[in-house]
Design a protein around this ligand. Structure first.
Ligand SMILES: Cc1cc2nc3c(=O)[nH]c(=O)nc-3n(C[C@H](O)[C@H](O)[C@H](O)COP(=O)(O)OP(=O)(O)OC[C@H]3O[C@@H](n4cnc5c(N)ncnc54)[C@H](O)[C@@H]3O)c2cc1C
Length: 496
């Protein structure tokens, strides 16, 4: 006798969409979350007069009216799309490398060619050829993901997709500046162009251009709450401030989950939104070979984040674009090495959430002010080596270096600081519960492609399923989709 048909561990984006899909699919579902709020990374927090987005800089894939993208269709399928309002950013990003370029790339293909050809004259034909390749590789990649047999796929996917981004850029362009400006999104994937699969970058870049970068009015918290409400309306149960500490199995598969207070509920299906190492660690009897396999895989980077509430407008501080990528070097490998040290940051991602009043969620920053998040990827191992008594001095010292890094856009930022909140990878590990505070799960190099490590389908334990950043790739869009995909498979398998 089971208490629930399904238990979902964790109410991040993936756990929420999984729980709502399971319950709407007719399975009695319990959603269990360590924290007292839903959303995982998809939430916000208050400091003084400001409400800060915990994580979201740019939501990918939402689309525009008449051309909805995959996450919008996920929200439609759950019946919550009409409860939310999305605001699109006109630009992808502003890329600045002092002495080389300061260029703002609009979110349309022809506009991007014009702007880049203005900034780096003589490259129009090369840009058109490169963007054509980006779009073809993306199209055939999506076609392949939908299950089309390899024989029917355009060979361009196999000849160019697995190459590195750096290699493809070198083939098309000679100038280091234009290559750096075109590759500026690479930190979103956590791997520098010299090691990043071109197909992964092509998909990310195309998604942001074709479906635009979006914000949710009321912040990502509004989206998390809307999905939770849909789950509750369908009759689901939720338990906050409860940690799942064990998953009991039998020869037949999963039979129960155990909570931190020692109680258990019976179930035949568990969807875990917790990290993969933690999920296998919860099993009384993990499958043979799993720990050796997990030890071989490399956990990806976490982040160092400075949230600032500023007593000046975005325009007064020099911000003309929501997403800003500022770097002191054109050497992306040097930037990636920088994530493993507490040397001054060589670059920074700066998201100004209040550049245009219609992009900002109202009420999050009072009139005349703005919020900025300064962000760099960073590995958590770095902080493991710092003695507790030196933690704070290093944390605030590194935050200062991010303020220095943004100076080419906003030299007088320090004068406007009213609130500041700093997170290290240790903060994120504690807040999100992920091994190493990892943002994207395992390192997103070609060997981690879903084709080789499909944990969504194959956990090795009957009734155990993984959804979210540890099952595929990180990001809001992939997490929202992953939860629905996994849950639909569970619903279908039980109906069969
Ligand atoms: C600082 C930062 C900036 C980011 N910027 C962007 C961005 O601009 N665009 C973008 O697309 N993505 C961004 N991301 C990545 C994105 O937020 C994540 O990849 C995505 O939200 C992951 O969703 P998830 O549901 O898989 O996991 P999470 O959101 O991490 O949710 C996991 C949930 O499981 C809960 N949990 C874990 N273990 C247990 C347990 N044992 N029992 C009960 N509950 C448990 C956790 O408390 C958490 O609520 C960013 C992430 C961070 C941290």
């Amino acid at each position: 006798m089971t208490d629930y048909d399904a238990v979902v561990v964790g109410a991040g984006n993936a756990g929420l969409t999984a729980a709502a899909t399971l319950q709407q699919g007719g399975l009695r579902t319990l959603l269990v979350e360590r924290h007292n709020v839903p959303g995982g990374a998809g939430t916000s927090f208050r400091r003084g007069r400001f409400e800060f987005e915990s994580a979201l800089h740019q939501l990918s894939g939402v689309g525009v009216i008449g051309h909805p993208g995959p996450p919008f269709r996920v929200l439609q399928s759950l019946g919550v799309a009409d409860d939310l309002e999305f605001v699109r950013e006109p630009d992808l990003y502003r890329a600045v490398v002092p002495g080389s370029h300061d260029v703002t790339i609009p979110a349309d293909w022809a506009g991007a060619v014009d702007v880049l050809d203005d900034a780096f004259p003589g490259n129009r034909d090369r840009l058109e050829r490169y963007f054509d390749l980006v779009r073809r590789v993306t199209f055939w990649q999506i076609t392949a993901m939908r299950g089309t047999p390899p024989a029917d796929i355009d060979p361009v996917l196999f000849t160019h997709g697995p190459r590195t981004l750096g290699d493809v850029l070198d083939e098309h362009f000679t100038g280091a500046g234009i290559k750096s400006a075109l590759a500026a999104y690479w930190p979103y994937l956590g791997v520098p162009p010299s090691h990043l699969a071109f197909q992964d970058y092509a998909l990310t870049f195309s998604t942001y251009i074709d479906f635009k970068a979006a914000h949710v009015r009321g912040g990502s918290r509004a989206m998390s709450s809307a999905i939770l409400d849909a789950f509750l309306r369908a009759g689901g149960d939720v338990q906050f401030s409860t940690e799942v500490t064990g998953i009991r199995t039998h020869a037949s598969g999963v039979v129960a989950v155990r909570f931190d207070d020692g109680t258990e509920v019976g179930t035949g299906e568990v969807v875990s939104n917790a990290s993969l190492p933690d999920t296998y660690g919860m099993l009384d009897d993990p499958p043979a070979g799993v720990s050796a396999e997990l030890a071989r895989r490399r956990v990806g980077p976490s982040a160092f984040v400075v949230h600032l509430g500023l007593d000046a407008t975005a325009a007064e501080l020099g911000f003309t674009s929501g997403t800003n990528v500022v770097s002191t070097t054109l050497d992306d490998d040097a930037l990636a090495r920088n994530w493993n040290s507490l040397e001054p940051a060589l670059g920074v991602f700066a998201t100004c959430h209040d550049v245009a009043p219609d992009v900002a969620p109202p009420g999050f920053a009072p009139p005349g002010t703005c919020r900025l998040s300064l962000f760099t990827l960073q590995y958590s191992g770095l902080w493991d080596r710092i003695a507790p008594k030196h933690y704070h001095i290093n944390k605030f010292g590194h935050a200062e270096s991010l303020l220095d890094a943004i100076a080419p856009i906003s030299p007088n930022l320090r004068d406007a600081i009213e609130e500041a909140d700093v997170s290290t990878p240790h903060t994120l590990a504690r807040r999100l519960g992920h091994t190493g505070g990892a943002l994207y799960g395992y390192r997103q190099d070609p060997a981690e492609n879903r084709l080789f490590n499909d944990r969504e389908r194959h956990t090795g334990v009957r009734g155990l399923h993984i959804a979210g950043l540890w099952a595929g790739s990180g990001g809001f869009e992939p997490a929202l989709e992953s939860g629905v995909r996994v849950a639909r498979r569970v619903v279908c398998s039980r109906a069969a």
